[in-house]
Design a protein around this ligand. Structure first.
Ligand code: SF4
Ligand code: SF4
Length: 395
């Protein structure tokens, strides 16, 4: 736990009156079995020991639901949709029901003054969680994003003041994302550029993974504190490791087996997407473990490269999306995995490129005996490549 984030929350029990979650889930017809499945999923997502499942369940059953305000600014509402469209009821139920969601512009019934009154009453009562989706316009005093005649900056500052924590939901709220992409005409920024003096958690991704968001809230209720965060304010349980480190296609990377064009034999056989622009070696997110849509799939599993959506400014730093990493502008490398022996100048690309080059070399040394043979040999090869976002490995 980062000390700077522990103290403001320690003992700050949010939640006031009303039904606890156990009662709410009962009313909604969520079975005990589904509830325990949810608790198991949360415990696994948080990388907690199995014997914590019971504690998580007890906490959730008895916890008073914390009041919450959910603001939306410059966004596509995709993160809200990602939560609402979950096929299985429990995650959505718990995300929505674990919180006493007093204000959410997209899904709340009241509108206009009644809606604003709900937000104001929650602020007045204090001790609430603030969730924010979307970037915040700052240019020209923030006039490019206004709600009810007030700027997003103004609404955010006012709503954050009495919050016990602010959770930035999705990459727009975390880092500005698409609205902030070059040339960023509205001066869009993430929550942490505006809010001061309140703990902030960045739940990065485009969209956020609803399972991770639920796990974040469950952690908060269970331990009455925030989980350990990296220097980008992302919780370690979801963002400590690179996509590349847990990718099911990794054995093909190690074996030098790459997709060379869409639909080729390698693509059909599930080989590595590095040459097709995969940003997995640069991206920290638990997609390979949690997947999306409750474990149905995720981009690489579906045959598409990772585009690095949990990293800051990925529209500027990870594009062109279909160009392999060492050739992506900003990585300062001229070499490619095919160019043996060229000097690689970027730290990350050195590691990634060198590793891939090594794979190619080993493949050639194997006398082009066939990719499957090489894969078998390489399957036992221990890799030490330490590429990825060294600049973000700050903990
Ligand atoms: S992070 Fe992506 S999905 Fe979420 S609001 Fe922004 S653009 Fe939409
Ligand atoms: S480069 Fe992409 S597809 Fe290949 S192993 Fe790494 S994360 Fe997986």
């Amino acid at each position: 736990m980062n000390d700077r984030f522990k103290s403001p929350l320690a003992g700050a029990k949010v939640g006031s009156g009303g039904r606890n979650l156990g009662e709410v889930l009962n009313l909604r017809g969520v079975s005990r079995r589904d509830f325990m499945k949810f608790c198991t999923l949360m415990t696994a997502t948080l990388a907690l020991p199995k014997d914590m499942v019971e504690r998580v369940a007890q906490t959730l059953e008895t916890a008073r639901r914390p009041p919450a305000i959910y603001l939306e600014f410059q966004d596509c509402a995709g993160c809200t949709e990602a939560m609402l469209r979950m096929p299985h009821p429990t995650v959505t139920d718990v995300v929505l029901d674990v919180l006493s969601l007093n204000y959410h512009e997209t899904i709340m019934a009241p509108a206009g003054q009644a809606a604003e009154a709900a937000r104001e009453a929650t602020i007045e009562a204090g001790d609430y969680l603030l969730l924010v989706e979307g970037a915040i316009s700052t240019k020209d005093d923030g006039l490019y994003c206004t709600i009810g005649g007030r700027t997003a900056m103004d609404l955010l500052e006012e709503s954050a003041r009495g919050a016990v924590a602010v959770i930035a939901v999705g990459d727009c709220a975390c880092f500005g994302n698409i609205p902030a992409a070059n040339p960023n005409p509205t001066g869009a920024v993430g929550v942490s550029e505006i809010v001061r003096g309140v703990p902030i958690v960045n739940m990065a991704g485009c969209p956020v993974n609803a399972v991770n968001l639920a796990a974040m809230i469950v952690y908060y209720l269970t331990f009455e504190s925030l989980p350990h965060l990296d220097d980008l304010l992302r919780p370690d349980f979801a963002y400590a490791e690179r996509i590349h480190d847990h990718c099911p296609r990794r054995p093909h990377f190690d074996a030098g087996q790459f997709v060379e064009s869409w639909g080729d034999e390698g693509h059909q056989r599930g080989w590595c997407l590095y040459k097709m622009g995969c940003k997995g070696p640069q991206t920290k997110h638990n997609c390979p473990v949690v997947e999306y849509n409750e474990g149905t799939s995720w981009p690489i599993k579906a045959g598409h490269p990772c585009i690095g959506c949990s990293e800051p400014q990925f529209w500027d730093t990870m594009t062109p999306f279909y160009r392999r990493l060492p050739e992506v502008p900003g990585f300062a490398v001229e070499s490619t995995v095919d160019s043996i022996g060229l000097a690689l100048t970027g730290i990350t690309a050195v590691a990634v490129g060198a590793h891939a080059v090594g794979s190619i070399l080993r493949k050639r040394e194997a006398g082009e005996t066939g990719d499957r043979d090489v894969a078998e040999q390489e399957g036992t090869t221990e890799t030490t490549e330490e590429g990825g976002h060294d600049a973000q490995d700050r903990d």
